[in-house]
Design a protein around this ligand. Structure first.
Ligand code: FMN
Length: 457
């Protein structure tokens, strides 16, 4: 199952069902799903979704935790984040009837993983690694794999790989960077090659996106390093047809296919936009990705890609009682019915686009000033180390459909979403531009058309 394979790497948010399907369609042999925390899956409610033809696992509050379907059953690898053998086993027993293999994430360097003693935190705890993997191998009827990063010391890395092999796992994926190396730094192919020579089980190379443009590059890498497979994350995100034997397809064609899967499997707006803004070349004709960031409903995005008819036909052909509405992806309960939920995506890319410019929160506060509003109050709530922004104004409370990874993002998101909802013009001005006044339509405007501080409008 893991020999001579081109594989989609797990990617949180990106690697949901439609993305996996599009990569499989365009030549990936296997698709690793985004990491799901084991405890979360254990608490989820399994639901057979006849409306979509999927198997869903829903959090107790109705949020989608994991979705899969028959089309990918033999090719999808479920990746879990765990810190103990008991939870790992419980998770595996729940999920194994629905997937082709199970993987344990031992490479994630993010603080939420490390703090939870998961991901890369496991790399320096060989006894725990052994316990988790041996327990999994003992109970699983499908292959168990694990994905690691290398350690700073070569001998330690090799010893860890041997220990992992001794647990009986079916394959090992090695990301050729340490938990401290950034993703822009080079991948260490030499150590991966050494690991391959040392082990008998299949070894999969990971971390090569900066050096891979197509299937030929992946095959070359396999023959140069001797590994059994190449697993790609970012290169697949740039163009999911990177696995295709005949070479990658034009991105417009790929995005259309991806969108069709998104429509079929009801991907929420924030995932959809988060994913497609990284498709390489997609917004070439459209200046930048900003127009799409403004869309606040999925329908607008479908229209942008000329897929309204596809959507309408699909909607019409679904049974009326199809359970298709519970993909909320909200980690925070917005239980107060007086809150106005603003479903507007605020991504790091959008935040980036405001670099050097007045950020939405500041811009909106200026607009409030100009329009004589002084009752606005921004606040942030925290839930499981994620954040949701609130804006209370004249008795009404607006809330974003985040959540976001920090307070700053949550505040900016609610300001941005409010501006879009109320059609408040968003312009890019360099910080410290003093010439902002309202125009006849109450829109904030720079009085000086030649203002040197203006970035773009
Ligand atoms: C958006 C994003 C999300 C990721 N999520 C996961 C994850 O859930 N589990 C995991 O093991 N690695 C995750 N990774 C790491 C990738 O799977 C991969 O190891 C890394 O990007 C190096 O591979 P590349 O050079 O092909 O991008 C993620 C990477 C990205 C860019």
């Amino acid at each position: 199952m893991f020999t001579n394979k081109l594989i989609l790497s797990p990617m949180v948010r990106v690697g949901c069902l439609p993305f996996r399907l599009v990569c499989l369609k365009y030549g990936a042999d296997l698709a690793y799903a985004e990491e799901v925390i084991g405890q979360r899956l254990c608490e989820a409610i399994p639901v057979k979704n006849d409306g979509l033809g999927t198997m869903d696992f829903l959090d107790p509050d109705g949020c989608l935790c994991f979705r899969t379907c028959d089309e990918e059953k033999d090719k999808v690898v479920f990746q879990m984040g765990v810190s103990d053998a008991e939870t790992a086993v419980k998770t595996a027993q729940i999920i194994q009837p629905y997937v082709a293999a199970i993987d344990v994430n031992m490479g994630c360097p993010k603080s939420y993983s490390i703090k939870g003693n998961m991901g890369a935190a496991l790399l320096t705890q060989p006894e725990l690694v052994k316990d988790i993997l041996t327990s999994l191998v003992n109970v699983c009827t499908i292959p168990v794999t694990c994905k690691i990063r290398i350690l700073q010391d070569e001998a330690d890395t090799l010893a860890l790989c041997q220990l992992i092999e001794s647990t009986g796992v079916s394959a090992l994926t090695v990301h050729g960077r340490t938990r401290y190396t950034t993703s822009r730094q080079p991948c260490d192919y030499e150590i991966i090659s050494k690991i391959k020579k040392l082990l008998k089980i299949p070894v999969i190379l990971n971390g090569a996106s900066l050096d891979v443009k197509n299937e030929v590059d992946m095959r070359r890498m396999m023959s140069e390093t001797g590994v059994d497979g190449v697993m790609l994350a970012r290169a697949a995100w740039s163009n999911p047809s990177v696995f295709r034997k005949e070479g990658p397809l034009p991105i417009k064609e790929v995005v259309t296919q991806y969108m069709k899967y998104c429509i079929t499997y009801e991907v929420p707006l924030h995932i959809l936009k988060y994913t497609i803004v990284k498709f390489k070349g997609i917004f070439k004709d459209d200046d930048n990705h900003f127009p799409i960031s403004r869309y606040i409903t999925c329908n607008e995005v479908y229209k942008f890609f000329g897929l309204e008819e596809f959507y309408e036909n699909l909607k019409g052909s679904r049974p009326e009682n199809a359970q298709t509405t519970y993909q909320k992806n909200k980690r925070v309960k917005l239980s107060d019915p007086t809150h106005v939920v603003l479903t507007c995506e605020w991504t790091p890319e959008i935040l980036q686009s405001f670099r050097q410019a007045v950020a939405p929160l500041q811009m909106l506060n200026q607009w409030f000033d100009v329009n004589g509003v002084c009752t606005q109050k921004f606040s942030v709530s925290e839930h499981n180390r994620t954040f949701t922004g609130f804006l209370k104004i004249d008795g009404e409370t607006f809330v974003t459909d985040g959540p976001f990874k920090n307070k700053k993002m949550a505040r900016q998101a609610v300001a941005y979403a409010y501006m879009i909802k109320h059609n408040i013009e968003i312009r890019y001005y360099k910080r410290s531009c003093n010439s902002l006044v309202k125009d006849a339509n109450q829109k904030i405007k720079c009085t000086d058309e030649n203002c040197p501080k203006r970035v773009k409008s």
